[in-house]
Design a binder for this molecule. Structure first.
Ligand SMILES: *[C@@H]1O[C@H](CO)[C@@H](O)[C@H](O)[C@H]1NC(C)=O
Ligand SMILES: *[C@@H]1O[C@H](CO)[C@@H](O)[C@H](O)[C@H]1NC(C)=O
Ligand SMILES: *[C@@H]1O[C@H](CO)[C@@H](O)[C@H](O)[C@H]1NC(C)=O
Length: 494
């Protein structure tokens, strides 16, 4: 609450990250995609910074193959449903309008819910007690992302609307209602200005975390880390669970844990981020993980036995061990805690350096560390280890969810994908079907390569959620696929 009041009262630049620190952010550090927007939603003129996609020529660094972006074949979008009533409503999906509805979830009064959908899909809101149909929503094309159930409004008649509100809602409920009205009013202005819907709730603070800029295809950034590659597996005795993730004990003269098993003669390692897509912001980071680290993670997954096809093979390839029971691996999915081993901890620290986020924010802290953050809990989830067999996929979805009317609006911020294998794998790409470009109607496809990382953001630099971050995992056509998801939140995790 405090934060929002402060943010609104301060100058434009302070809104960049909504912390005292951010007030010293200079123009050069300001994300180049942020533009000033003046708006009035009934409280007088206000100014804020909003995200505007770079034009085609900028995206191609002056060499666009065409001036116009192509409209992708894929026409899915994120849809958000708002319950502006003081009653629970049931949200259901209809395979066709009027068809048998598939119940999804109950939306509490003044809350919101959503999913990935397509134009022509149809949803209904019903009374959960009587099944009475309250409203049907036919999903429209992007950027028509937001669908609200408002039983009180009388279009074009403010007096009659107000009368309804006074009749049906308490003072507190009217406040919630008013917040959603503000959010919808802001959405209209924002959409006219930026071409996108405002998927967050008015007015969400910009991310507190650093966001790498992505101005044009092929642009690169680099960052140094002292968390260099493990090149030898330490003995089991050195690889136990960390006693506490808050501290780690280093030996005299050590700057990182288990230095003697890391790449020799390297105090630091250089990681390069290359822009694969400007909107959404997608970066590729080759050689993020070493072979030793990949082996260690697969080991933690319960002794997954993948044997190298041949030692010293250029591809560092894997092939399935003969004795592996593939039938039990279907849809394999496991969570690995940061404190599970010093190598996993090192991977979190390296990831933190890559994203330019303080590693302390990616673990539980006591109040002495980063008191400027609203929560003490880790802002990162456990590593999610995922396995796909041929034919298994994860259809296009978003990593963010929709918040209620709370001020903080915690949401997933960044997704770091780490590929653990490639040998024998055909297909299985990560795709971004809605990338903005001037070349192709097709999805952006990222090919899994052992040790490679992909970073993308679910949030825009202005705090809105990025509808274009929609992504999918294609089916492996042959071979199997192993990868890790590492999710970071801003500003809080749950
Ligand atoms: C709609 O209101 C009901 C009644 O309280 C509530 O339970 C439900 O969560 C609300 N739905 C949304 C989307 O807010
Ligand atoms: C948004 O643009 C449309 C079309 O130009 C216009 O009719 C509408 O009034 C605008 N809405 C706002 C809130 O500015
Ligand atoms: C890191 O790599 C980039 C190119 O990817 C290079 O420009 C930069 O100088 C390197 N930095 C260091 C410290 O090696």
């Amino acid at each position: 609450m405090m934060m929002k009041v402060l943010a609104l009262g301060l100058s434009l630049l302070c809104r960049l990250a909504a912390s005292d620190l951010a007030c010293s952010v200079t123009e050069e550090q300001r994300d180049p995609a942020l533009k000033e927007m003046t708006y009035d939603i009934g409280y007088g003129e206000q100014t804020t910074l909003v995200y505007v996609e770079p034009d085609m020529d900028s995206m191609y660094n002056g060499n666009a193959p065409a001036k116009h972006k192509v409209v992708p074949k894929f026409n899915g979008l994120s849809v958000k449903f708002i319950n502006m009533s003081n009653k629970h409503v049931r949200l259901s999906w209809e395979p066709r309008p009027g068809g048998t509805p598939n119940p999804m979830n109950k939306i509490a009064p003044f809350e919101a819910s959503g999913t990935a959908s397509f134009p022509t899909h149809s949803f209904i809101m019903t009374d959960p007690d009587t099944d009475k149909l309250l409203q049907r929503f036919a999903i429209q094309e992007y950027p028509e992302n937001i669908y609200a159930y408002d039983p009180y409004i009388v279009e074009g008649d403010e007096k009659a609307t107000e009368k309804n509100l006074n009749k049906h809602l308490s003072k507190k409920e009217k406040e919630f209602y008013r917040k959603w009205r503000d959010s919808l009013a802001f959405n209209e202005i924002y959409r006219n200005f930026t071409g996108r819907s405002y998927l967050a709730n008015y007015l969400r603070d910009p991310p507190r975390h650093f966001l790498w800029s992505g101005e044009y295809f092929g642009q690169t950034h680099w960052v140094e880390t002292s968390e260099t590659h493990f090149v030898m597996t330490p003995p089991k005795s050195a690889l136990g669970q960390l006693k506490t993730s808050k501290k780690r004990s280093l030996k005299e003269g050590e700057t990182v844990a288990l230095e003697e098993y890391r790449a020799p003669g390297q105090a630091t390692m250089n990681m390069t981020l290359k822009v694969l897509s400007v909107a959404p912001r997608v970066f590729e980071i080759p050689n993020f993980l070493s072979q030793t680290e990949v082996d260690h993670i697969l080991d933690l997954a319960g002794g997954v036995q993948l044997s190298r096809s041949s030692v010293g093979d250029v591809g560092h390839g894997y092939s399935k061990a003969e004795n592996k029971k593939t039938d039990t691996r279907t849809s394999f999915n496991a969570w690995v805690q940061r404190g599970k081993s010093p190598i996993v901890d090192a991977i979190y620290r390296r990831a933190a350096d890559l994203m330019r986020i303080d590693e302390a924010l990616l673990r539980n802290r006591d109040s002495s560390e980063r008191p400027d953050w609203p929560t003490k809990g880790s802002l990162a989830e456990h590593l999610q280890l995922v396995h796909y067999d041929p034919g298994q996929e994860y259809t296009a979805h978003h990593d963010f969810g929709f918040s209620d009317l709370s001020d903080l609006q915690g949401a997933r911020f960044a997704t770091l994908l780490l590929y653990l294998n490639d040998e024998g794998l055909v297909g299985g790409e990560t795709t971004f079907p809605r990338w903005v470009n001037a070349e192709t109607f097709d999805k952006l496809k990222v090919k899994p390569e052992e040790g490679k990382a992909v970073l993308f953001y679910s949030q825009l630099p202005d705090g809105n959620l990025d509808d274009f971050s929609q992504h999918s995992a294609e089916k492996p056509r042959a071979g199997e696929k192993w990868l890790i998801n590492l999710w970071t939140w801003d500003p809080k995790y749950h």
